[in-house]
Ligand binder design. Structure first.
Ligand code: SAM
Length: 278
């Protein structure tokens, strides 16, 4: 199956405020948020010009805008961009955003080559690109200055397959064992092999695939992280943990530490790569 921008566009144009609440409403969301935030804080400098692409409703926009000197915000979905703008207005941060753009990561021709010190593309844009993943990385690196930093987030197949095991078992009854083998082998949920009714067609990735993707480009990988590792404890245990403030604080600290270990890299819900353009 080839990339079809209508799939993510339709999904996120009809998403209401779910994108805004996704990272705060429960333990799994908060773990993702805290791990990403820690990475953004460690790699963004006050003098940086930053592009946030696939920004969605602005959960990270509101943080990024306070960390850098100039933030440009872009997304494929006009609804997400409007939502992001109104949230930033509500938070009195709108004046600090340089510009908003509705665009596809595959065509960022509104930006010159080497425009930004940092490009942030987290929350799964790469997973929708399917046969265009390499083109997406090329375009992200094109707009980055030499020595600039790309922070790329992806859904993690291995971690997701553990967390959603029961769902995959259920879908085996609908699509058959060959389809189940397909998704296990490739992480690709597509119309041809794994036709989920939601039409949420994505390539959930393994770290080896991200390594192979970046190996095609002149970059240094500075950091590999998982995110949403403790999510594997299950919803009930996580809700319980989150109900105990001092315990939850400790778990968030452990999450941030454990997600940096090579042995846990593929076991979270997301993968995050930080690369320097050479
Ligand atoms: C799950 S949301 C993530 C939002 C935010 N980055 C976060 O992590 O909370 C994915 C966002 O990526 C956007 N998106 C998907 N494909 C895209 C593409 N090809 N180019 C630009 N944005 C895209 C969607 O419209 C959506 O707003």
């Amino acid at each position: 199956m080839s990339y079809n921008p209508e799939i993510p566009r339709t999904r996120y144009d009809n998403y209401g405020d779910r994108e805004w609440t996704r990272l705060t409403k429960d333990g799994p969301g908060e773990l993702l948020y805290q791990v990403h935030l820690d990475i953004l804080q460690r790699y963004t400098k006050p003098t940086d010009t930053v592009l946030e692409i696939g920004a969605g409703s602005g959960r990270y926009t509101k943080d990024l805008v306070t960390m850098c000197s100039e933030l440009t915000v872009a997304d494929l979905s006009s609804h997400q961009i409007e939502f992001n703008q109104s949230k930033m207005q509500e938070l009195s941060l709108a004046d600090r955003i340089k510009a908003y753009h509705v665009l596809d990561v595959l065509d960022m021709s509104v930006f010159e080559d080497a425009s930004f010190d940092t490009v942030v593309c987290i929350g799964g844009v790469i997973n929708y690109l399917l046969d265009k993943e390499t083109d997406g990385i090329r375009e992200l690196l094109r707009v980055l200055k030499p020595d600039g930093i790309l922070i790329l987030g992806s859904m993690s197949f291995i971690g997701a397959s553990m967390y959603y095991l029961d769902g995959i078992r259920y879908e085996k009854d609908q699509f058959g064992i060959e389809a189940t083998k397909w998704i296990m082998n490739t992480g690709i949920q597509d119309e041809e092999h794994y036709p989920v009714p939601s039409k949420h067609y994505v390539h959930m990735m393994r770290s080896a695939e991200l390594d192979a993707l970046f190996a095609q480009f002149p970059v240094n990988i500075l950091e590999r992280s998982s995110a949403g590792l403790y999510t594997q404890a299950g919803d009930a245990a996580l809700a319980n943990a989150r109900g105990d403030q001092e315990f939850w604080k400790l778990i968030v600290e452990q999450e941030i530490a454990f997600t940096k270990l090579p042995g846990t890299l593929d076991c979270g819900m997301n993968l995050i790569y930080v690369v320097r353009k050479l």
